[in-house]
Ligand binder design. Structure first.
Ligand code: SF4
Length: 188
């Protein structure tokens, strides 16, 4: 029950449909003391495409809404200029699921390569991550963070909770070499 006449009896959820219309504060607060996550955070999309059974965040932030690569690039540039951070975290519930994540990370890596600014994807599904993405993130030359959360100890458990991460996603099979069986090969 409302405890004041000004409060409505029922509060309805409001959803921002176009995130590009709502870029972040252009001058983010910078802590005076060293903090654990010493980086600028840029939200690249809201919501999650997956639907793991236990996940409240995925449920209450529906529907999925992506920022455009141009809008994200603008937020990164303005935020870095205003804050002086040297790391940018591309945040969301599952950042590698942004439909343009390849072009986005490549564009940012092109822009900041050699500048000492590193990029990180702190929240990433292991089955959406790949080597190209890792290469783009490491082009700044600085180590940056990656977090994978498989959530279940076995593939069966992960299937039960709708977290479709296979054993192969976590531990890819070793590449096999094919023998050419040439009689001149020193290994034969
Ligand atoms: S992928 Fe992550 S954020 Fe998305 S529903 Fe699953 S646990 Fe939630």
């Amino acid at each position: 029950m409302p405890n004041t006449e000004r409060a409505p009896e029922r509060v309805f959820k409001r959803t921002t449909t176009d995130l590009d219309d709502w870029p972040y504060p252009k001058q983010p607060l910078v802590p005076l003391a060293e903090s654990v996550h010493e980086r600028m955070s840029v939200e690249i999309f809201r919501g999650c495409t997956r639907g793991c059974r236990f996940c409240q965040a995925g449920m209450i932030t529906r529907p999925v809404r992506e920022r455009s690569p141009e809008g994200i690039g603008d937020m990164v540039q303005r935020g870095l200029e205003a804050s002086g951070f040297s790391e940018v975290g591309l945040l969301s519930l599952s950042s590698a699921d942004h439909s343009e994540i390849g072009d986005l990370t490549k564009g940012l890596a092109d822009r900041y390569e050699g500048s000492g600014t590193s990029l990180s994807l702190p929240s990433t599904r292991v089955d959406a991550f790949n080597v190209d993405l890792a290469n783009e993130l490491s082009r700044s030359g600085r180590r940056s963070g990656l977090t994978f959360a498989p959530e279940g100890a076995s593939e069966r458990l992960r299937r039960v909770i709708n977290k479709m991460v296979s054993e192969e996603d976590l531990i890819p099979p070793r590449p096999t070499t094919t023998c050419c069986r040439s009689p001149t090969c020193p290994m034969m």
